[in-house]
Write a protein that binds this ligand. Structure first.
Ligand code: MN
Length: 316
């Protein structure tokens, strides 16, 4: 395990970088990858990102110019915000045993890389990359902008429970480079498409309450996805919706997959251990945020099963 300052030396000593992001890429993995590529280039290195087919239009502008050509001959593979082998995108599968350095902040990081820099106390991987960029004297506006995207999105614009004083110190240093923070905040946190608002309207109307209002269920069936012609981008971070309801401490979001499976996301307060709930269905995650997949059940059956599990775990 190496510290962010040692990552700076490590990066100076290597070249011809290929940078990996995780499946269903978020602002943190993409912002970190973009920032790392740009700071390496400023050091005179060659650096490209392995194409990630699941990038949504929300984050495409930050990475579109940085994709590696299919025949790019890399020497050094670095992953960012990538905690598990199951989170390697399909085209990165051959690289599972070939990652030279992993930079991550997930406590569940699986240790797949030859060298690792993991800081679980950081709210965003972007906070680690900030330290690396600063140590290398590369905190330019070009590097700071994607890092601001990384740190702000992973903390829900600095309001999630993971946020720390360090998060704010990093954000302040990034702002001081003169980047357009207002533009990013408006685009990423204060703008919703008409489709997204129509979806939220429907879900808020149809939300169901159980266990005296302590358990909330939001269901997104395929029929609704078709009716509103929703893209993955429209459905980004839907799991946060149920968590807004006063009095609930167990919010369940159910998304029907194309094959009829139900992908379940559970967000909880201290009373309910979300990992215990999702373990009952072969899933897992963190105490306050876990997931699982329920197969072979109708929406109604799956809902009853997951609500029962939430009530059982909450009462245990
Ligand atoms: Mn992250």
């Amino acid at each position: 395990m190496i510290a962010p300052r040692e990552v700076a030396d490590w990066l100076r000593a290597h070249d011809n970088y290929l940078i990996l992001t995780h499946r269903r890429p978020d602002g943190d993995t993409l912002g970190c990858a973009a920032a790392l590529a740009l700071l390496l280039r400023a050091l005179g290195k060659t650096a490209w990102l392995l194409r990630n087919a699941e990038v949504t239009e929300r984050y495409a502008p930050y990475v579109d110019a940085l994709w590696a050509a299919d025949d790019y001959a890399y020497d050094t593979v670095v992953s960012v915000d990538l905690a598990a082998l199951s989170l390697f995108p399909d085209n990165a599968a051959p690289l599972k045993t070939r990652v030279d350095l992993a930079i991550d902040h997930h406590p569940s990081y699986e240790g797949f890389a030859a060298e690792s820099c993991v800081c679980p106390e950081r709210a965003a991987c972007g906070e680690i990359l900030y330290e690396v960029a600063a140590a290398l004297g590369q905190l330019t506006p070009e590097v700071a902008l994607p890092l601001y995207v990384a740190v702000s999105t992973d903390t829900g614009c600095f309001v999630y429970s993971n946020v720390t004083a360090n998060t704010h110190r990093v954000a302040a240093a990034l702002m001081e480079t003169g980047i357009d923070v207002r533009g990013v905040n408006k685009a990423l946190f204060r703008t919703k498409s008409q489709k997204r608002l129509a979806l939220e309207g429907r879900l808020l109307r149809e939300m169901e309450y159980f266990d005296g209002g302590r358990v909330v269920v939001v269901q997104v069936p395929r029929s609704l996805v078709r009716e509103l012609a929703l893209t993955e981008n429209d459905m980004d971070d839907l799991a946060a919706l149920g968590g807004l309801v006063e009095g609930q401490d167990c919010s369940v979001t159910m998304k029907e997959q194309e094959n009829g499976d139900w992908k379940i996301s559970v967000r909880t307060g201290p009373r309910v251990n979300a990992t215990r709930v999702c373990e009952k269905f072969g899933g897992g995650g963190h105490k306050a945020a876990s997931g699982c997949v329920i197969t072979g059940m109708s929406g109604e059956e799956a809902k009853r099963a997951i609500v029962r599990a939430c009530i059982e775990v909450g009462n245990a």
